[in-house]
Design a binder for this molecule. Structure first.
Ligand SMILES: NC(=O)c1ccc[n+]([C@@H]2O[C@H](COP(=O)([O-])OP(=O)(O)OC[C@H]3O[C@@H](n4cnc5c(N)ncnc54)[C@H](O)[C@@H]3O)[C@@H](O)[C@H]2O)c1
Length: 366
């Protein structure tokens, strides 16, 4: 089966990634290029110069460059659309693709959306129109994460009791990956409650959306496993130091650490079984980061479309992670525990900024 691919939101400057733009579309395009059955045929960007540079790089025809993505959908009728625009417009663009009636699959960048209502609506519309919708939580496909899950499933640390994470940047931007990994380790169990607090004293806007400076989040899954996560965008330690590794899995008979922090010589994965005096490094081929993970994610997306199997990047799993992000901010807004399912539509952090409840100082110019 051959698939035609189109991209919405090409970005610019892929060689200069940063929070003002990573041009993730280039990473998606490279991934599709490596799959024999996929042909990149069109692109759309509000900024025509961005779309033209992208088209030039990936040999997209001049008559297949669009500023208006709706015109692109109508003219090209692509099988798969990659959506690489900022989070605030993920929901409207993904939903337009889903409702277009011409697209079989949409692969959208994380975080799902800048409101919980928008994220939930994407899942509802994907179900209603029977279109495969996935989100790019590519860190699931890293070797340390895969190997950690194998060790857990093989019973190497006994029964899982607690999962931890520390995230740079914030629980929305980076935390979307962090919560997604926690849910992956705990087999996508549903969550019963979330309790959190945030500190937001200096503006931290990433890809157009607010992120707190520091956060502490506790939650409990319905299967009794507890979660504890921290974010720290200040770069000077703070609560994130309380966890001190990318993810920690604590079991009845030992502990696994993915991405332990503190020393460059530490391995990407290590285990300490009950009774061990010290950690044992676990060999893994690659690390937690790298664009090859986007290739693995997109392989999974195309494979799911071909086989009809559910991709693990599917909208349902993504919503599980997104619910934890917004429940954490909602807990801070309510000053209390939030019992799930989460029944809000908005973005509590943004609402608290708009109401003046939180008053972050303008960020210092870099
Ligand atoms: N998976 C990851 O690890 C990872 C890493 C970085 C960024 N991201 C995410 O990728 C997404 C995109 O980020 P980026 O850094 O690639 O952005 P970018 O700024 O590099 O590119 C976004 C492009 O979208 C275009 N655009 C905006 N609104 C549009 C619209 N309505 N129609 C058409 N084009 C539109 C802009 O003109 C811009 O060219 C964000 O959600 C971000 O959080 C994910």
């Amino acid at each position: 089966m051959a698939y035609t691919i189109a991209v919405i939101g090409t970005g610019s400057e892929p060689e200069n990634p940063g929070s003002d733009g990573y041009a993730m579309a280039y990473r998606h395009a490279e991934a599709y290029e490596s799959i024999e059955d996929c042909e990149l045929v069109a692109c759309a960007d509000l900024v025509r110069a961005n779309a033209e540079a992208f088209a030039d790089e990936f040999s997209v025809g001049q008559d297949r460059i669009f500023e208006d993505y709706s015109a692109m959908l109508e003219t090209v009728e692509p099988d798969i659309v990659s959506v690489c625009v900022p989070p605030a417009v993920h929901d409207s663009i993904v939903i337009d693709c889903v409702r277009s009636g011409v697209v079989d699959a949409v692969h959208c960048e994380k975080p799902m959306d800048d409101t919980y209502g928008g994220a939930r609506q994407m899942v509802e519309e994907a179900d209603r129109y029977d279109v495969q919708v996935t989100f790019n939580h590519q860190r699931r496909f890293s070797d340390p994460v895969r190997r950690a899950k194998e060790l857990l499933d093989e019973g190497e640390i006994g029964d899982l009791e607690r999962i931890e994470f520390s995230a740079p940047i914030g629980i929305f931007d980076y935390g979307s990956h962090s919560f997604d990994l926690c849910n992956y380790f705990n087999d996508e169990a549903a969550t019963e409650w979330v309790m959190a607090q945030v500190d937001y004293r200096e503006e931290n806007v990433q890809f157009g959306a607010h992120n707190e400076n520091q956060a502490l989040v506790c939650w409990e899954y319905e299967n009794g496993v507890h979660g504890f996560g921290t974010s720290d965008a200040t770069g000077d330690g703070g609560p994130a130091g309380a966890v001190g590794c990318h993810n920690r899995l604590i079991g009845t008979d030992g502990t696994i650490e993915v991405g332990p922090a503190g020393d460059d010589d530490l391995p990407s994965l290590r285990i300490r079984r009950a009774g061990d005096e010290d950690w044992t490094a676990v060999d893994t081929e690659g690390g937690l980061h790298g664009w090859e993970l986007v290739e693995r994610a997109i392989d999974d997306v195309v494979d799911a479309l071909e086989t009809g199997d559910e991709s693990e990047l599917g909208a349902g799993n993504a919503l599980n992670a997104t619910e934890l992000i917004f429940a954490a901010w909602e807990s801070s807004r309510r000053r209390g525990r939030v019992d799930l399912p989460l029944e809000i539509e908005d973005n509590p952090l943004e609402a608290m900024v708009e109401s003046g409840q939180l008053q972050p100082e303008p960020a210092e110019e870099e």
